[in-house]
Design a protein around this ligand. Sequence first.
Ligand code: ATP
Length: 289
Amino acid sequence: MEDKITLAAHGKINLGLDVVRRLENGYHEVRMVMQSVELADTVTLKRLPEDRILVRTDRRGLPCNEKNLAFKAAGLMKEIYSLGDGVEIFLEKRIPIAAGMAGGSADCAAVLKGMNILFGLGLSLEELQREGVKLGADVPYCLSGGCALSEGIGEKLTVLKAPPSCVLLLAKPDISVSTKYVYENLKLKELEHHPDIDGIVRSIEAGSLEGLCGKLENVLESVTGREYPVIGEIEREMEEAGALRAIMSGSGPTVFGIFREREAAKRAMKGIREKNLAKEVFLSGFQTY
Ligand code: ATP
């Protein structure tokens, strides 16, 4: 059996995000359309002949202790399956951190998958998802990836067909947004309008990129966008350069724009950099499986 494995941990964007209600346990019931993006971290796992978990990364400032979701994933697998051996994990980070792109959950999912293979556990995707949700609401989705409708707290997944391919521009402004703060400040009762999640699903099923772009919407933008005008500025920059549509992903602050033409996306990228709206800007695309 191999003692080393390397996996790509893809980030995600939300083509639609709605919050249905606040639950008593502090979680929120959501309806989200998730889509994997080509932008990915590289996660390498190496089996160690000793009882320890070692996490290293090339991203300065990212904790490598039990706060890291990759560490937590390894700890959970060791505990449930009473694994005596340990694992060394290297995270080559590309997905912006605390950005609304589920970078931590993607790494977590890659470690669950990787340990399943390295230790020959033979767990099914569903079994991994059942364990994964204990570490984060987005982990079950990150284990399967692609395009999916995510409901409940994120654990109820319906696989959707891949939307038409496009050029994707991702821009993360240099601000920190706390997911907890955004959810806590969402005034659910005052909302007069909710994203048309069923319409987004229908446009995807119909294979219409224009139809889909007409419906992209994220309810959390009412909180993060109000607080940080740079989000709207990035969206305008993208749309003026020719994006069919640009919105914020997750709790933000990453903005994504959907383009038909690579040249238009490059123009937007240049504008965003020149105006100093965001430092982390990536040309990408939808990741399909
Ligand atoms: P989501 O879209 O699920 O809300 P996010 O993109 O907003 O996720 P992450 O990048 O997953 O946020 O990181 C959120 C927090 O988790 C950060 O404060 C970071 O320190 C911590 N974290 C723990 N492990 C990781 C990891 N492997 N990669 C990135 N962040 C991690």
